[in-house]
Design a protein around this ligand. Structure first.
Ligand code: KE4
Length: 427
């Protein structure tokens, strides 16, 4: 495929923005080559600046569960734009979106809207720290919760597993407050809570991990987290920025029947525009300013255009049969990919929950950070480009979730599986 215009644009972008992008994963560092610049989305399809078309499995990293340019979303945003882009004051749309979230997500009694997932997770951890008077947080190796300082921490060595900065600029003193244990290892959580529970404000987890590629919680893991947190008086935060309204109407917590104390959301609830949210128990949310003393604020929080898109998106998702359709399409795709790999003897593990999936280039099970890291990333990179040249756009990293939308139908699955078969043959 000719992608000359993309490459030319990328050359200019690199002189103007760090790495030529506004978010690192877009730079194709995980797969090599120059990123593709897109000029049009339509349903499940993207068109790049050279006129090439692709079936899109990135979906803007999750928000576009309805596909690109879904007419009711476009109409809602257009109408909102005509009434005013931002008031910096309350408006009806905020109430409607907050109501939709509180009515749909089982554990969310009260919610605060913000403009990104990072704002939501940063605020939720500050709330947990303020509510408990404790400073430490426990996260899981390989899970990503946005670019907040307390999350950019890697597992420390030694017994204390004190966190170490995973990025320059994160103070060591802060990083030490972030403890890390392996995902899906309830024993490690129990040991950590027994040893450090008195210092811990919260445990934060991606209930279904998307940021190591898709990792499925083992049976009893999430309910075990809930029981341990309750026993030790530690708040449980489900980071549902990716899974919220994606895996089920009420998110992963509805799918697995586990109620966290706080939930963070983003992506789908903005319908492709910037919306994040954190919410949960009324007694906790009452501690957030101006009702309570814990401060958090945002100029464009609850922005009229963004909430208009979110409302239109959530209303569409509320229609009967939506998640069943997503499940059926996603299953057909995942089974087709696994069968194609088996047909040519390519070792592949396809992890999937609903419309989130990842094809790991390893024949071994993938259930935590170390097992994900066994995947052959070089082979994934070749597979990515073979597909790209056949009009299929996967996330440009082995360690990301791919997403199916409601706009993906028979034609898109057939196109994708044909390209997959040809790509495996070319590997
Ligand atoms: P944002 O600040 O990017 O809106 O959300 C941060 C975030 C928080 N929690 C989870 C579980 C997330 O997946 C994310 C963001 N996800 C990445 C995809 N791996 C966004 C893509 C990017 O960083 O460009």
């Amino acid at each position: 495929m000719d992608r000359t215009t993309s490459s030319t644009l990328f050359g200019r972008a690199r002189t103007l923005m760090p790495g030529g992008v506004n978010s690192p994963v877009r730079a194709f560092r995980g797969v090599g080559g120059d990123p593709v610049f897109f000029r049009q989305g339509e349903g499940a399809w993207l068109t790049d600046v050279d006129g090439n078309r692709y079936v899109d499995y990135v979906g803007s990293w999750g928000p576009l569960i309805l596909g690109h340019c879904f007419p009711p979303v476009v109409e809602a945003v257009t109408a909102a734009a005509r009434t005013g882009s931002s008031f910096g004051a309350p408006h009806p749309g905020e109430v409607e979106l907050a109501e939709l979230i509180c009515q749909t997500v089982p554990s969310v009694e009260k919610v605060r809207l913000v403009s990104s997932g990072t704002e939501a997770t940063t605020a939720a951890v500050r709330l947990a720290r303020g509510a408990t008077g404790r400073d430490c947080l426990l996260k899981f190796e390989g899970c990503y919760h946005g670019a907040g300082d307390s999350f950019l921490v890697k597992a420390g060595s030694g017994v204390e597993t004190l966190g170490l900065p995973d990025s320059p600029g994160v103070p060591a003193a802060l990083a030490q407050l972030t403890l890390t244990v392996p995902f899906n290892d309830l024993g490690a959580v129990e040991a950590m809570l027994s040893k450090r529970g008195r210092d811990l404000a919260c445990v934060i987890v991606e209930p279904v991990v998307g940021n190591m590629g898709v990792l499925v919680p083992k049976a009893g893991f999430l309910s075990g987290l809930r029981e341990l947190c309750t026993r030790h008086g530690v708040l449980l935060i489900f980071d549902e920025v990716m899974t919220g309204f994606r895996l089920a109407k009420g998110g992963a917590q509805a799918l697995y029947g586990v109620a966290p104390d706080l939930t963070t959301m983003g992506k789908v609830i903005g319908g492709g525009l910037p919306v994040g949210a954190y919410g949960g128990r009324k007694d906790l949310m009452a501690k957030i300013a101006p009702e309570g003393p814990i401060y958090q604020a945002g100029t464009l929080s609850g922005n009229p255009l963004a909430v208009a898109a979110g409302i239109a998106c959530l209303k569409e998702l509320a229609r009967p049969g939506t998640y069943e359709r997503l499940e059926a399409t996603s299953r057909r795709l995942a089974e087709g990919i696994a069968a194609a790999a088996a047909g040519v003897g390519v070792p592949l593990t396809v992890n999937r929950v609903g419309s989130m999936w990842t094809a790991f280039f390893t024949g071994l099970p993938v259930f935590d950070y170390p097992t994900a890291k066994r995947a052959d990333t070089a082979r994934f990179g070749r597979f990515f480009h073979e597909l790209l040249d056949r009009g299929v756009y996967l996330p440009p990293s082995q360690f990301e979730s791919a997403f199916v939308s409601l706009a993906h139908g028979e034609a898109e699955i057939a196109h994708t599986l044909l390209a997959v078969k040809q790509a495996f043959a070319a590997l």
